[in-house]
Design a protein around this ligand. Structure first.
Ligand SMILES: Cc1cc2nc3c(=O)[nH]c(=O)nc-3n(C[C@H](O)[C@H](O)[C@H](O)COP(=O)(O)O)c2cc1C
Length: 182
């Protein structure tokens, strides 16, 4: 696939999580702003726009986050997008904070790919050892919000490995779901 192609479907196909080291090249603020703006454009339940973001590019804060989430991909990242959820009831008794955040993050992942950077969706690791709370405290995230996803990013120093996806006919059907495999 042509890595410079900007066709939406190519970008979708090229997007993969990257856990390797990053090059020293910085990510300019203009790019960071464009990337997060893509997240702000995402749909949200009742247009409540419950997801907020802290864009970290300060080296001291980056190092402090890497001390909390000690992974090579975090340690060498040139910037981090910290995605925060607000579990606010917006429709009857319903909150869509998790879904809002996931929609915003997918837009952000695609924008990161389109601009030639790479990232990984870090979520599970934040839910252990109070890491999300530690990052929230470090960044002054208000008590009504939860740090949910961390996106360390930069220019990948290694190729982004494509993960295999199941073929269409194993996961999608017209008009009727296939019987569950026994
Ligand atoms: C809800 C969710 C949570 C995830 N949490 C983590 C995580 O904590 N650590 C990690 O390395 N990857 C995490 N990932 C990335 C997945 O492992 C990755 O998307 C999956 O393996 C498919 O690979 P791909 O993104 O390259 O297509 C998460 C992805 C999602 C959608």
């Amino acid at each position: 696939m042509d890595p410079t192609s900007q066709d939406l479907f190519d970008i979708i196909a090229r997007r993969h999580c990257y856990r390797g080291p990053f090059k020293a090249d910085p990510v300019p603020r203009n790019d960071l702003q464009r990337i997060v703006q893509a997240g702000l454009q995402a749909p949200s339940g009742c247009n409540a726009q419950t997801t907020t973001f802290v864009i970290v590019d300060d080296p001291a804060l980056m190092a402090a986050i890497a001390d909390i989430v000690d992974r090579p991909v975090v340690r060498t990242a040139r910037a981090m997008i910290v995605c925060c959820i607000e579990h606010r009831v917006v429709y009857k008794d319903k909150s869509f904070g998790v879904e809002d955040c996931a929609a915003a993050v997918e837009n952000i992942l695609l924008a990161i790919t389109a601009l030639g950077y790479a990232t990984v969706w870090l979520d599970g690791v934040l839910r252990e050892d109070q890491r999300a709370a530690q990052i929230a405290k470090l960044l002054g995230v208000p008590a009504n919000r939860e740090v949910r996803i961390l996106l360390p990013l930069g220019c990948p120093a290694e190729p982004v490995e494509a993960k295999e996806k199941l073929p269409f006919d194993k996961r999608a059907w017209f008009n009727r779901h296939a019987a569950a495999p026994s």
